[in-house]
Design a binder for this molecule. Structure first.
Ligand code: ADP
Ligand code: ADP
Length: 226
């Protein structure tokens, strides 16, 4: 069983843009996987479909043992999503944001509190827990997005351009954190248009261009061909 098994996935937006042209993509459990491609290639569309935010036109998506079409709720609970844009309530405190997320996924409060504490500490946000999210720096907001996505302890974390606009020092600390949680067993998929980021982190990589997978290989063999 794969963590992610995509077959023949097609997306045509209203207006006629063919964002995905029948892609196949398999990600192994425990993998650290990069989806690399230029702007407009179809990365966000792929992630949007996997996380049930965008409707597919055709094709099958399976997330662990669950079919996205027929077992959407179970499939969704396997995924922690870190979208590009900050979509938390800027006027809530970090603590409220973390606990609300737990509530949304039905995590009991006695479980949620120590978990929120753990992730806020690991992502260096603990001192800020009682501050409104709007007072955070950009790098802190990115880390909050990751902390929040982990509140229901998903089996797979999906990050859309996780370090966009983050300075190099914070980027490195985020990379270290992601590597650690991957080693603890969580499957990670990220999109990026920096090969360097994929190179630092990922074991396997797919390159997408104009809605098609043009390469799907291990990071090692990709680097050997460059
Ligand atoms: P990437 O994330 O790789 O930059 P996207 O998945 O965002 O690529 O976009 C793939 C293609 O689909 C692009 O041509 C883009 O303009 C188009 N597209 C993305 N979102 C929409 C939308 N909501 N409506 C119409 N076209 C869209
Ligand atoms: P309730 O569960 O009744 O809503 P609270 O959320 O007010 O209670 O807080 C109960 C406990 O949760 C506190 O004693 C504390 O351990 C923890 N807690 C609440 N808010 C925070 C916070 N901002 N930072 C750290 N721990 C908190």
């Amino acid at each position: 069983m794969y963590a992610l098994d995509i077959n023949g996935l097609t997306k045509t937006y209203k207006g006629g843009t063919q964002a995905l042209q029948g892609i196949n993509l398999q990600v192994k459990q425990g993998d650290f996987f990069a989806l690399l491609g230029p702007n407009g290639a179809g990365k966000s569309t792929t992630i949007g479909i996997i996380s049930s935010l965008v409707n597919k036109t055709a094709g099958d998506v399976k997330i662990f043992e669950y079919s996205l079409a027929s077992q959407m709720e179970d499939a969704k609970s396997c995924i922690g999503l870190v979208p590009q844009e900050f979509n938390f309530n800027q006027f809530e405190t970090l603590w409220q944001i973390m606990l609300n997320q737990a509530g949304y996924y039905g995590v009991p409060r006695n479980v949620a509190k120590p978990r929120a504490e753990k992730y806020l500490k690991q992502l260096d946000l603990w001192e800020k827990r009682n501050s409104a999210a709007r007072t955070l720096s950009g790098g802190m907001k990115r880390r909050l997005m990751i902390a929040r996505a982990l509140m229901h302890e998903p089996r797979m974390l999906i990050l859309d351009e996780p370090t966009a606009g983050v300075d190099i020092e914070i980027r490195r600390s985020m990379w270290t954190f992601l590597k650690e949680i991957n080693q603890q067993g969580i499957t990670i998929i990220l999109t990026t248009h920096y090969l360097e980021e994929a190179e630092m982190l990922c074991r396997n990589i797919a390159i997408i261009d104009k809605g098609q997978i043009v390469k799907n290989t291990s990071m090692k063999s990709l680097l050997a061909t460059l």
